[in-house]
Write a protein that binds this ligand. Sequence first.
Ligand SMILES: Cc1cc2nc3c(=O)[nH]c(=O)nc-3n(C[C@H](O)[C@H](O)[C@H](O)COP(=O)(O)O)c2cc1C
Length: 172
Amino acid sequence: MIELLRTRRSIRAFQDRPVAPEHLTLLEEALLRAPSSRNSRPCRFVLVQDAPTRQALAVAKPGGGRFLADAPLNIVIHGDPELSDVYVEDCSIAAILVQLQAHAMGLGSCWVQIRNRRHDASGDASSHVLRLLGLPARLEVVAIIGVGYPAEDKPGWRPEQLDPERVVRLES
Ligand SMILES: Cc1cc2nc3c(=O)[nH]c(=O)nc-3n(C[C@H](O)[C@H](O)[C@H](O)COP(=O)(O)O)c2cc1C
C-alpha cells in the first residue's frame, strides 16, 4: 500500500487506447467496495467511454477538466442527498479508492471537481452533467475521474515535499 501511495500522482495525459475489460471490471469492484456512512451506499457511478459524451463532460466547467476528452474512461461519481447527509464524504472515498486501484493496475487518473463549480453564468456544473446523462435533478455530481493508460511519467512526491509538520504526534 505505501508503495502505491509513494508513486501515485495525478495523470492528465493518456495513451489512445481503451481501458481493458478486465481492468474495467476491477475498477467497478473498487467503486462498489467503498465504505459509506451507516452503509447507506448513496453513491452511483456512470462509466463513460464514448467520445462525444467525454467531450461534453470535458466542458462541464470552464477550466480544469479539458483532459477528460482524451481520457478513455470518465467515471462520473454522484450521490443522492436523500440517502445520506454525508454523501460527499462517501463519494470522495469511492473516488480515491478507484484512483488507487487504477494506479495499482498501471493506469493513471485525475479527479475533476464538479460539486460547487459553475458550468457557466446561468448554471452549475453538477446540474449540467446530470442533464447530459439523463439523471434526476435531486442528485449531486461530486467528481469525474479521468482514467487511462498514462502518457506522462510523474515521480511521486519526495518526503521533503510532504510538509510533514502537518502531522502532529501527541505523546501521552
Ligand atoms: C478534491 C479535489 C479536486 C480536484 N480537482 C481537480 C480539477 O478539477 N482538475 C484537475 O486537473 N485536477 C484536480 N485535482 C487534482 C489535484 O490538482 C492534484 O491532486 C494536486 O495538484 C496534487 O497532485 P498529485 O495528485 O499529483 O499528488 C483535484 C484533486 C482533489 C483531491
